[in-house]
Design a protein around this ligand. Structure first.
Ligand code: E4P
Length: 217
């Protein structure tokens, strides 16, 4: 399973990248706004900085909703850096654009997926990644992890090559459960990635080992 970080914050991307286990980055317009990026030139420059920093796929989301505009915007994003993956919303014109990008060799991530039907449409359109938002599904009293398992089963039965990119992660446990459910990629905030490292017995055990090691001196 691949590990992506879900942020546009350069310090957090660097911290995760320094672990040596980072496979990519996902961003969205809200995450870009959160770090104060404003204006087309700044947006493009920020995507370039991220793409140069990480050796892996970097999702950059279009904000157009009409087929022709999505294609034009996606081509511009694609031209920024070879690591850029064009992130396209799960809407009718988005599906048409995903097919166009697929036919023209441009990598895509289909975002805002909340059902197996949508995941089937994205796979049929040739999306490289489908992003089910499991945290937002959980927030609505549905089971996001069940959706990951359902899509994994469908893709396996049907032989679809689209990778399942579990998104909207809220906790380290979400990451573990996504791994169990068959996600190909999990994109998480830094806090959830770092949370995977934590166990109180590790801390207690290490403190004891270090204390006992002092007796050697
Ligand atoms: C990733 O591609 C999504 O944009 C992101 O995971 C959404 O997460 P949120 O539901 O925490 O905003």
């Amino acid at each position: 399973m691949k590990f992506f970080i879900d942020t546009a914050d350069l310090a957090q991307i660097k911290e995760a990248n320094d672990l040596g286990i980072l496979d990519g980055v996902t961003t969205n317009p809200s995450l870009m706004a959160k770090v104060g990026i404003k204006g087309e030139a700044a947006v493009i420059n920020h995507y370039k900085t991220i793409a140069e920093l990480v050796d892996g796929d970097v999702s950059a989301e279009v904000v157009s909703t009409e087929f022709k505009d999505i294609v034009e915007e996606g081509k511009k994003l694609h031209a920024i850096h070879p690591n850029i993956v064009v992130k396209v919303p799960m809407i009718k014109d988005g599906i048409k654009a995903l097919k166009w990008f697929s036919d023209n060799g441009i990598k895509t991530n289909c975002t805002l997926c909340f059902s197996a039907g949508q995941a089937i449409m994205a796979a049929k359109a040739g999306a490289n990644y489908i992003s089910p938002f499991i945290g937002r599904i959980d927030d609505s009293n549905w089971d996001g992890l069940e959706l990951i398992a359902q899509i994994a089963e469908i893709y396996s039965i049907q032989g679809f090559e689209t990778e399942i990119l579990a998104a909207s992660i809220r906790s380290p446990l979400h990451i573990v459960k996504c791994a169990e459910a068959g996600a190909d990629v999990v994109t998480s905030p830094l806090e959830s990635i770092m949370g995977l490292l934590k166990h109180p017995l590790t801390d207690i055990g290490l403190a004891k080992f270090l204390a006992d090691a002092k007796s050697w001196a």
